[in-house]
Design a binder for this molecule. Structure first.
Ligand SMILES: [Zn+2]
Length: 302
């Protein structure tokens, strides 16, 4: 349980984003007036196809955002789809405020329209999303179980028991906490057994369904409305990227996009947590655990 970033979980998150959310790589970029269009972009409207509600996200203020021609043409199509007049080129050049449009499903409507879909391509994405959730949740659940074994142990200790231990340095405290967690691993083991079963089932059903799908297809993919977006369809750079305002809630919105079989296979093939040691490493060490010891010592002094 070294105090280092969790490698398996970070890697899984990166690969999942590579499959389903990030579409363009970072590149060095200098706006070219023949190729790129400066726009005074101020926000984005998400239109739900089912209930018609519009979710507005305000972007962090910035001077100009550079669009590629393809990305602006895509916006023109989306404006048409939602029945809004698209600003004429002159207005955009004069710096008229511009709002991006996206069409998809709000989280509520996605529950039925997307997540219960019987379409084979959509089902694969839904199962991969569930697997991603399991990958994220296992660490939080393990941390909870490890903290419980520590507090249970602490509650059983009396003042005289504590005299046996060295509390003088951070390292000594950390070693004691790790030793207790390793001595009482049952909670983390249960979390792990549950995760292994669930993740195997999900990966298996995803692999089976993938066999019957083409190399690429279109499906709705959920992504958080508070992440950045590039207005260039080939790459992202400071000039092309817009960030939602601070405090924008991370609502998951479902947008139709192209997904690639090979990327999903890559996500399924990634190493996942196998042993309780792996899992404890993923959780890492948390300074708050030292506070739990101090709390118990104070309790006993009362
Ligand atoms: Zn809706």
């Amino acid at each position: 349980m070294a105090n280092e970033p969790s490698r398996l979980t970070d890697n899984l998150l990166h690969v999942y984003n590579y499959c389903f959310t990030e579409t363009v790589p970072y590149a060095f970029f200098k706006p070219n007036k023949y190729r790129d269009i400066p726009v005074r972009l101020t926000g984005k409207d998400y239109h739900c196809k089912a209930c018609g509600e519009v979710l507005h996200v305000t972007y962090q203020p910035r001077p100009l955002t550079y669009y590629s021609k393809g990305k602006l043409a895509e916006q023109r199509r989306l404006y048409e789809e939602v029945g809004q007049p698209f600003p004429v080129m002159g207005e955009i050049e004069e710096g008229k405020r511009f709002t991006n449009v996206a069409v998809g499903y709000c989280p509520k409507c996605a529950e039925t329209a997307v997540l219960q879909s019987e379409d084979p391509g959509q089902k694969v994405c839904n199962v991969a999303r569930q697997l991603h959730r399991e990958d994220e949740l296992v660490v939080a659940k393990a941390r909870e179980a490890m903290e419980k074994s520590l507090t249970d142990w602490l509650n059983a200790q009396q003042t005289e028991d504590f005299q046996k231990y060295d509390f003088s340095t951070f390292d000594a405290l950390r070693d004691l906490i790790c030793a207790v967690m390793l001595d009482y691993p049952q909670g983390a083991e249960d979390v792990l057994a549950d995760y292994k079963k669930r993740s195997h089932e999900l990966a298996f059903s995803c692999r089976e369904a993938l066999k019957r799908l083409p190399d690429t297809w279109q499906a709705y993919v959920g992504y958080s409305v508070n992440i950045y977006e590039s207005m260039h369809d080939k790459m992202y750079h400071e000039y092309t990227v817009a960030f939602p305002a601070m405090g924008t809630p991370g609502t998951e919105y479902f947008i139709r996009r192209t997904v690639e079989k090979s990327r999903i296979e890559m996500f399924l093939d990634q190493p996942r947590v196998q042993t309780v040691e792996d899992l404890m490493t993923e959780v890492g060490f948390h300074g708050e655990w030292i506070d739990l010891i101090s709390q118990r010592v104070r309790e006993l002094q009362r």
